[in-house]
Design a protein around this ligand. Structure first.
Ligand code: SAM
Length: 311
């Protein structure tokens, strides 16, 4: 190497490079492995009162690495880069503050499809899949050309699932929140359903004309005074507009039931979700609106979760 030895610029460059490589190697050596960072994260989530600390830490780590959860489980010795560790630590701080995993990663699965969520939307819940099951029973022919309206559409999870499952159907999603509607429209586009789903800013059914074969809704049904006592994931991070059902939790049914009757085809059905223990009140409201009560449908836990009624 006489050339380098005799040339101070090249010599300095090589020394610098060697020092940098050493520093970098030393730094990498100190970066945590997946296993190490997970142990710490799970512990801090548990201390913050997160019940699903293990699962959540793994899901958030997979998202930080832009990998599947299987990678996290299958590669305990993988060393994180500095930026991966920073992203993950930020996710963990948010989860310690009881922000739901779905809000942190910006998506939630519903009936096998992925929906974008945000701070403006209620995260889709497995309980609401009860509405989808009820619709399948009411309309077994998937080629049916249904006209559907969804009051309080949120992410659009209910309406878009039905449009995807009934490819000849058309639908309208109604919501009072512009930000929520933007997310629903975005979901419609991602699922290739934008041409069959329209999303409108409206106060429930006010001013809406037309007749529908299917009217669905998962309206806000929590008693206003109960909201602050719910889990922080809900009380602090879900939109109040998506939760607050008035003093007794039933305000939205009183508004929706009479207007739904006017919008329903004679052979059509309404399917509304409700909260635990509200079935008798909701049935009475539906009967008072002049509709025929047909049945309740239970969720996976065996709890009555939605009502089916007809004109
Ligand atoms: C419980 S969330 C249901 C969201 C979604 N359908 C789901 O099942 O995940 C209720 C939705 O009703 C909307 N909402 C509340 N008040 C409304 C009103 N007066 N008119 C229309 N939508 C309303 C909220 O913005 C929220 O998106």
């Amino acid at each position: 190497m006489p050339f380098i030895k005799n040339n101070s610029i090249y010599y300095n460059f090589i020394i610098l490079l060697a020092l940098k490589t050493c520093a970098c190697t030393k730094f990498m050596y100190h970066m945590p492995t997946l296993q190490q960072i997970l142990i710490t994260a799970k512990q801090s989530l548990r201390e913050a009162g997160v019940e699903s600390a293990f699962l959540d830490a793994e899901l958030l780590l997979a998202h930080a690495l832009e990998k599947r959860r299987e990678f996290v489980i299958g590669n305990p010795e993988y060393k994180l880069t500095e930026s991966e560790a920073d992203i993950f630590n930020d996710f963990i701080s948010r989860r310690q503050n009881r922000e739901p995993v779905a809000k942190i990663i910006g998506k939630k699965e519903f009936w096998g499809r992925e929906f974008t969520v945000s701070g403006a939307t209620l995260d889709p819940r497995p309980d609401s899949e009860t509405i989808i099951e009820a619709v399948f029973e009411l309309f077994p022919d998937k080629n049916a050309a249904l006209k559907v309206i969804d009051f309080g559409t949120g992410t659009g999870c209910l309406l878009l699932t039905i449009l995807a499952e009934y490819p000849n159907s058309l639908g309208i999603g109604v919501d009072l929140s512009e930000n929520t509607l933007n997310i629903a429209k975005n979901n419609a586009g991602k699922l290739g359903l934008a041409k069959r789903g329209d999303f409108i800013l409206n106060n429930w059914a006010g001013g809406i004309d037309g007749k529908f074969d299917l009217i669905i809704s998962n309206p806000p049904y929590i008693k206003n005074s109960d909201i602050e006592h719910l889990a922080p994931e809900v009380s602090m991070h879900e939109p109040y507009l998506a939760l607050a059902g008035g003093d007794d939790g039933l305000d939205c049914y009183r508004l929706l039931a009479p207007s739904s009757k006017h919008l329903l085809n004679k052979e059509g059905y309404i399917v509304f979700e409700f909260g635990m223990g509200q079935e008798n009140d909701v049935r009475n409201i539906i009967k008072q609106a002049g509709m025929q009560f047909i049945s309740f449908r239970n969720d996976m836990a065996g709890v009555p979760r939605c009502v089916v009624a007809s004109y």
